[in-house]
Design a binder for this molecule. Structure first.
Ligand code: SAM
Length: 232
């Protein structure tokens, strides 16, 4: 990578569990950044220490992004090179980043997102559900707007991907069974890339039953088949 052709901002994916999932290029970019913007400097500090990367760290998270974006763009214009990382996976995917990318581009500067770990891709592929077309729904709203979002997906024929927390999964499966029917196929991917990775596949009704007797821990992605276009 020649120093002159570097984009002003790199988005660098970091492991979602297994530390070996960092790419050689991610390490190179992080080593060359003037400043690493991190969602949580303590969490990222541990990863960077493990990778023997010692660069200035600055916090960048949903609570300060609106305030800091403009200043960061000014610093990029002045010639500083930044790398943005989140706690895990690809920044800006259900994580802070979008706002900064938009402002950097609007300022006529350059952005590049490296390919790398993200939870939804392995979950989709592991599910065994059609993956030629899919929709990424991220986190559903907890309260306001939740029902409308689910109802809006009743006619969706593409495979749907959701990020969910373990304490809400049972409720979500039940709401999905009500909206999409209990026989709809789905897959719950838990602890991807980690020691206790598990991909539980079955109908929504089977998964509801399974989690009644198997308390679920860790991080999860829920993948749900789309509506069969041949059914009414
Ligand atoms: N930026 C991340 C990405 O690229 O996937 C997502 C960040 S979001 C705040 C965190 C959510 O991602 C978790 O609640 C879970 O739904 C999902 N997730 C992250 N790591 C995971 C893992 N190892 N196994 C299953 N799901 C995971």
């Amino acid at each position: 990578m020649s120093e002159d052709s570097r984009p002003n901002l790199y988005l660098v994916p970091t492991p979602i569990g297994n530390l070996k999932d960092i790419t050689l290029r991610a390490i190179e970019v992080l080593k060359q950044a003037d400043v690493i913007l991190a969602e949580d400097t303590r969490t990222s500090g541990k990863l960077l220490k493990h990778l023997e990367i010692s660069r200035p760290l600055q916090s960048y998270h949903i609570f300060n992004e609106h305030k800091t974006v403009e200043k960061l763009v000014q610093r990029m214009k002045a010639g500083e090179y930044f790398a943005l990382i989140s706690d895990a996976g690809t920044p800006a995917i259900s994580d802070p980043g979008f706002l900064l990318v938009r402002e950097v581009l609007q300022a006529g500067l350059d952005v590049q997102c490296l390919p790398g770990p993200t939870a939804f891709v392995p979950a989709l592929v592991n599910s065994g559900l059609p993956n030629d077309r899919f929709v990424f729904e991220g986190f559903l709203p907890h309260k306001k707007g939740r029902k409308t979002r689910i109802e809006g997906l009743m006619e969706e024929v593409r495979t749907m991907i959701f990020y969910e927390s373990t304490h809400r999964i049972q409720k979500t499966l039940e709401q999905f069974a009500e909206a999409f029917g209990p026989e709809r196929q789905a897959c719950v991917s838990r602890e991807l890339t980690k020691l206790h990775e598990e991909n539980a596949r079955g109908t929504l009704a089977e998964l509801i039953d399974y989690y009644q007797t198997h308390p679920i821990k860790g991080e999860i992605v829920l993948v749900v088949a789309g509506k069969n276009p041949k059914s009414d």
